[in-house]
Structures are given as C-alpha cells and as structure tokens.
Design a protein around this ligand. Structure first.
Ligand code: GLY
Length: 385
C-alpha cells in the first residue's frame, strides 16, 4: 500500500514539497482553506540570496545560493509538468543607493561579499542608469548582481497547482486545526470541523500559521506583515526596469520587481511590521512605498496603482527556516522561511523529499534543522538553561 502524506499548507512550500513527494510515490493530500492565497500570492517573487542577506546571515546566504542555483532546473521541470510557464526571469538585479549613508551601507555589503569570495560589481549612478534608464537622477551609485533572479509568483503558483494535479495530489479546501499523534508517531490531522484525516507522515508547511498546529511548534514561527503594491505601466510613461531594482532611500529598503503579466508591470515592496495576524493595508505603508520608490524610479508617478495587499511572512527566531523532522515520528516541518519562501522552495522541496525517503538533507539545509531550538535535556532528565 502506498504511504499517505498529508501536507498542511497550499502555498509555494507546501505545493513544491507535495509535487516532489508525489513523484517519489507518496499518496499526497494537501489541506488549505484557501490554497495559493497567502504570503506566496502576495510576494514580490525575488530570488535574491545576495541582496536579501546581510553580514551575520551567512547560513541564510548559503541556503539561498544553493536554492537559486536549483531554480532554473526547477522552473524548467515545473513548466514541462504543468504545461505552462512557471514565470522565471533571469535579467538579474541592481541595487541603487541615494544618499551618502545609503552608499556607505552598500559599500559595507559589497565589502562583506568580497570577503566571502562572492564579489559584486560596484557601479556609479551613470553606469547604473545606462543599464536601467528608468533609474532617476537621485541614484548616486550601486551594485549589479546578475545572479539574483526573480519569478512571477502568481505564474509560479498556477504552474504548481497544475503540476500537483497532474501528479495525482489531492488539494482539499479545509483548515487544519491540529496534527494528531499517539505520543510516539503521527496519526494524521484534524480539521476545524473535527474531521480526521489519517496519514503515515504529515508535513507542516502552513507558513505564519504553523505554530498552533502541534505543541512542538509552539512559539517557533510568528507572522511578520508586509504590504506590497502592484502597478501598471501607462502609454507614454517611462517603461519599467527590466531587472529587479532594490534600493536604499535614506536608510529605508524598497524594491521594484518587473513582471511580464499584462496589467501588473511592476511590484513594489515591502513594508515590515509585526501586528499579529492583521493584514490591513495602511495609508502610511502605501505612502512610504510610493515615496521611496518614486525617488529611485521617478517614472512610476505616471503608472496606475492597481493593487495593494498585505501578507504575513512566517518569521523564525533566527531568520533561518525550520526544515526537518520534529517531535513525533512521521512529523516533518518546512516553515519559518521569512522573506525567502519563494527563493527557498526548490531546495526545501528537495530536502523534504530526502527526509521522507530517510536520506540526509542537502548540506546547507542542516543549518535549518527544525530541532535546533528544542531545549537540551541533561542525562539526569532535567532541562539545561
Ligand atoms: N522577499 C521580500 C519580502 O519579503 O519583502
């Protein structure tokens, strides 16, 4: 009899892992009250290990670098399986600085990357504008990072839905209340209507909602809100950049990710705040994003503002995801990806596939072991501080 896997969460992590497990022969059911509508839907879609990490986050840089390396093959296989384009864009990224403080901060990042043996090209404002004529005169310098890519997250989700369906995965619109176990191994899940679904293994990939699903996850993942805007180019306005543009504007980060989808030409993000599960789009959030983005890309003043949304990033205690076996036998978690869920999807799916087969995870994923926050237990049974 085929082993049954229940995946809790139908976002990019849950669906990517479900697709991998189904190809490995698992009978997979994905449970989510509203698949593809959470953080994965709201996201900007940057695949940006270099420009999303900072000194002190070397383990995250290693994870992201390994995952971005896997992205082209992942996108090609997914596009073939889904019969539709998964939305990968390979034009790369530029980072722009406006004030002198911002340029100093970018120099710090570039120096740090040099020391790690991952040099990036430093460019003056004029050279950056030659690459991306949409950049305005306030841009004084920056970096070119051609290996930081992007994906249209909504094309990606459409492709994942089609691919999991073709692989025989059941996608059920139900909210899971808890993972069930008998104290030793998982038995399945119970949904919010009290309906039980039995399973041989359960993968928790419920993003910001993961912590409440089993006591071993309690307090490990918290919601980190991000507001994000979608703009449409209008005739006569400066065309959008072809690369992702990240910028520091008086110390505040902002990014603009171009899209090929008609009517959604540019995604601007993102604010960061912690207000529990609140997803209100605020006047101040929209104002700040537009003000900062316009300093860097002045032409957007002529664009149409077509969407404002807020999502909840699943934040972990140390900004690394939680990927691995945790608690009762048969429970696997893949959550806490923070700002990097879309980037880390291929590597996470490969790691979950390995865990379900009883094999070691790819090397960089060991730093993200889900049990790293478990209290250490002494030989006499007491807990060490
Ligand atoms: N990955 C970008 C963000 O979370 O805003």
């Amino acid at each position: 009899m085929t082993d049954r896997l229940v995946v809790v969460g139908g976002g990019v992590i849950g669906l990517s892992a479900a697709w991998t497990a189904a190809r490995d022969g698992w009978r997979v059911t994905v449970l989510d009250p509203a698949p593809c509508s959470g953080a994965s839907w709201v996201a900007g879609g940057m695949l940006a290990p270099v420009t999303e990490t900072w000194p002190g986050e070397e383990a995250l840089l290693d994870l992201g670098t390994e995952s971005v390396r896997r992205w082209p093959e992942f996108a090609a296989r997914l596009s073939a399986a889904a019969g539709r384009d998964a939305g990968l864009r390979t034009e790369g990224t530029v980072v722009a600085a406006t004030g002198s403080g911002d340029r100093t901060e970018l120099d710090t990042l570039a120096g740090h990357l040099d020391r790690l043996g991952r040099p990036v090209e430093r460019l003056a404002g004029r050279a950056l504008r030659r690459l991306e004529p949409a950049l305005g005169p306030d841009v004084r310098g920056g970096l070119s990072v051609p290996d930081d890519l992007a994906v249209d997250n909504r094309m990606l989700l459409d492709a994942l839905r089609a691919a999991v369906s073709a692989a025989g995965v059941r996608l059920e619109e139900r909210a899971v209340a808890a993972v069930r176990d008998d104290g030793t191994r998982v038995l399945g899940v119970t949904d919010t209507a009290g309906v039980e679904t039995d399973a041989d293994a359960v993968l928790v990939a419920a993003g910001a909602h993961s912590s409440s699903l089993h006591p071993v996850l309690d307090g490990l993942v918290r919601p980190v809100k991000g507001e994000i805007l979608r703009l449409a180019h209008r005739a006569g306005a400066m065309p959008p950049p072809s690369r992702t543009v990240r910028a520091l504007v008086d110390g505040r980060p902002v990014y603009a990710v171009p899209r090929s989808a008609p009517g959604h030409d540019l995604v601007l993000g993102a604010t960061t705040s912690e207000n529990g599960f609140d997803t209100t789009v605020t006047v101040g959030g929209v104002r700040d994003l537009l003000r900062d983005a316009e300093r860097v890309l002045p032409g957007i003043a002529e664009y149409a503002l077509v969407e404002t949304t807020a999502g909840l990033r699943p934040g972990s205690r140390d900004n690394l995801p939680l990927v691995g076996a945790l608690g009762p036998e048969g429970l696997v978690v893949a959550t806490g990806h923070g700002r990097n869920g879309i980037l880390l999807a291929p590597l996470t799916a490969d790691a979950v596939g390995a865990l379900l087969r009883g094999e070691p995870v790819p090397d960089p994923v060991r730093a993200a072991a889900a049990g790293r926050f478990a209290p250490a237990v002494s030989l006499t049974g007491g807990q060490r501080a």
